[in-house]
Structures are given as structure tokens and as C-alpha cells.
Ligand binder design. Structure first.
Ligand SMILES: [Zn+2]
Length: 210
């Protein structure tokens, strides 16, 4: 059995559409192989004839070049778009990194500025800004208790800490102005910041943040 090739049509691009029987690409035209002795000698793709039906297109070099150019243009556009996206991503990342650094620098500066307030045992009655809270779970025997660490700042930016299990500060958020009363318990240093620890505090909100 020989190969056949029949021209079906020529389209407006000059591409020639063919169909025909061509050499089977599985068995190479031999119709079978000893390598398949356990699964059956005969090639299942061509049924042993060594030829298979195929349709294909042969393009003129000019049209092929046009298609290649189009594909290349598409590819270049895609690459350019990806590059643009990558740059945007990098710019966003850089902005985020800078903001993070600025915030770190601000916190470092704030910490460096903080000084101890008053003397241990003294009572304090001041206006302060509620800075932030942190909390952890303490285990007392088999009991679990949430301990809040409230940080305030006085007008000079000094850090005042109140560690308590009291939930009395619910409703007070970072930045709120408060009236803070308490007793100075200890002068300490934590994470490169001088802190004044208070005890038995009373906190009243004066105004919302800002
Ligand atoms: Zn075959």
C-alpha cells in the first residue's frame, strides 16, 4: 500500500488542504512489531496496513511567515504584559517594604524617646493616649486566664504599662485619649524601651482617636 495525497481545496491564503493515506507513525509503516509480541504483533493504529488516514494543510512560505510574525507579535505582547505586571508587583512590594521600614523606624524612635515616669509607689493621674494592647494566656493551676498588657503614652511619649486580667478597657481602641489613674509599680525596660509599669488603674475615655 502506497501513500496517497489528494488536494481538497486551496483557500484564500493559498493554503493547500490535503487528505490521504500516509505512513503510520506508530509502526513506521511495517504494520506490526516484534516488540509488541505480548500485546499483539499487529499495530492497532493502522490495523496492520502500515497506513493511516490524515488531513493536513500546506501553507505558502509567505502565509506561513505572516502567521509566524503574528504569533511572535502575540508572544512579545504577552512578554511585555508580564514584564509590566512584574514591575507593578515589584513597585507594590517596594512601597510595602518602605512603609514597613518607616513604621519600624517610627517605633524605634518612639521607644528611644520613652523615659521612666515618677517614682515607684507614687500615684499617677494623667491624660494619656491609649497605644495598643497585647495579651497572653496564663495558666494558674488548671485554670486559664487572659492577661492583657495595655500600653499608654503620656504627653511626652513615655510608655506606661498596665498588666491586668480585667476586661474594663473594652471599647477603648488604639489612639483614644484617656484619663489614666494608677500607682507606679515598677520601672522596667522591655525591647529597648523604658517602661513604667502601673497597677490598680482606672481608665476613662475622654475622646476618640485623632
Ligand atoms: Zn501502524
Amino acid at each position: 500500500m502506497t501513500e496517497t495525497k489528494t488536494l481538497i481545496k486551496i483557500d484564500r491564503n493559498g493554503s493547500k488542504h490535503y487528505e490521504g493515506m500516509v505512513t503510520c507513525d506508530r509502526c513506521g509503516g511495517r504494520g506490526g512489531s516484534d516488540a509488541w509480541e505480548y500485546t499483539g504483533y499487529t499495530c492497532y493504529k493502522c490495523g496492520g496496513t502500515g497506513r493511516v488516514y490524515k488531513k493536513w494543510i500546506e501553507r505558502t512560505p509567505e502565509y506561513q511567515a505572516k502567521l509566524d510574525a503574528k504569533r511572535l507579535a502575540r508572544l512579545e505582547k504577552e512578554i511585555a504584559k508580564n514584564e509590566e505586571l512584574r514591575k507593578e508587583r515589584e513597585a507594590r512590594e517596594e512601597t510595602r517594604r518602605l512603609a514597613e521600614e518607616q513604621e519600624k523606624a517610627r517605633i524605634r524612635e518612639q521607644k528611644a524617646k520613652s523615659q521612666h515616669v515618677g517614682n515607684v509607689g507614687e500615684k499617677l493621674d494623667i491624660e494619656a493616649t491609649y497605644d495598643h494592647r497585647a495579651y497572653y494566656t496564663a495558666h494558674i493551676g488548671w485554670m486559664e486566664q487572659t492577661i492583657y498588657i495595655h500600653t499608654f503614652r503620656d504627653i511626652d511619649g513615655n510608655a506606661l504599662i498596665w498588666k491586668t486580667s480585667s476586661t474594663s478597657l473594652v471599647g477603648i481602641v488604639d489612639g483614644d485619649k484617656v484619663k489614666l489613674r494608677g500607682t507606679i509599680k515598677e520601672h522596667s525596660e522591655y525591647n529597648d524601651e523604658k517602661q513604667t509599669a502601673l497597677t490598680r488603674c482606672k481608665v476613662e475615655k475622654i475622646s476618640d482617636e485623632g
